[in-house]
Write a protein that binds this ligand. Structure first.
Ligand code: GDP
Length: 196
């Protein structure tokens, strides 16, 4: 979606997933979304970046935003991502919330901070998945959760955060419940509950 007009017409609430490449976004989507990939795939001409829409239950969409590259990606590619994702999160009328996927061993990278700032500025609810929690001890993952939660209170008050492992299927129910309540909030068109 080089231009927002290339997206499907806004309809049911969308929960978009964004995150740094390799953070575990695709694995989390596979664990959480219905397997049914919807027909619509928005393709940016000349690029490999795609925005895929999945069914989330039968009354919402899960939107897979392109991953952001590593620190070393060329400036032009980074600018393109900023335009694409920045435009979508700032202007998409049917966007209910954004799930920010972070590897729990490397949370809050500079592009994560950029994204959270866009979300805060646009008044978009955010939920952070700290993925691959199986890679840390229980104590270390708990400490990461506490640290990220306290930083989020400053970066995006109201954002919620949890540990998640697609591999061990941990945190799936918590994430599914959070997604459902974000969709409900969007449907009721009221401010979401403050993140826990
Ligand atoms: P994406 O680039 O953000 O979509 O990341 P992927 O979902 O493709 O995952 C990147 C790599 O991390 C792959 O090798 C996955 O197998 C691995 N991975 C994803 N989720 C988990 C997880 O919960 N635990 C572990 N240990 N590895 C994971």
């Amino acid at each position: 979606m080089h231009d927002p007009e290339e997206l499907p017409r806004p309809g049911a609430p969308e929960v978009a997933f964004a995150g740094r490449s390799n953070a575990g976004k695709s694995s989390a989507i596979n664990a959480l979304a219905g397997r049914r990939r919807l027909a619509f795939v928005s393709k940016t001409p000349g690029r490999t970046q795609l925005i895929n829409f999945f069914a989330l239950g039968d009354r919402a969409y899960l939107v897979d935003l392109p991953g952001y590259g590593y620190a070393g990606v060329p400036l032009e590619v980074r600018r393109h991502w900023q335009h694409l994702v920045g435009t979508y999160v700032s202007t998409r009328p049917s966007l209910a919330a954004v799930v920010v996927v972070m590897d729990c061993r490397h949370p809050l990278t500079s592009l994560d901070l950029t994204l959270l700032e866009w979300l805060r500025a646009a008044g978009r609810p955010a939920h952070v998945l700290l993925t691959k929690s199986d890679k840390l001890s229980r104590q270390a993952s708990r400490a990461t959760l506490d640290r990220v939660r306290s930083q989020l209170a400053r970066l995006h008050p109201g954002a919620s955060v949890q540990l998640f492992s697609s591999l061990k299927r941990e945190g799936l129910e918590e994430a599914a419940n959070r997604l459902a309540s974000l969709v409900d909030d969007a449907r009721k068109n009221k401010a979401p509950a403050k993140g826990e």
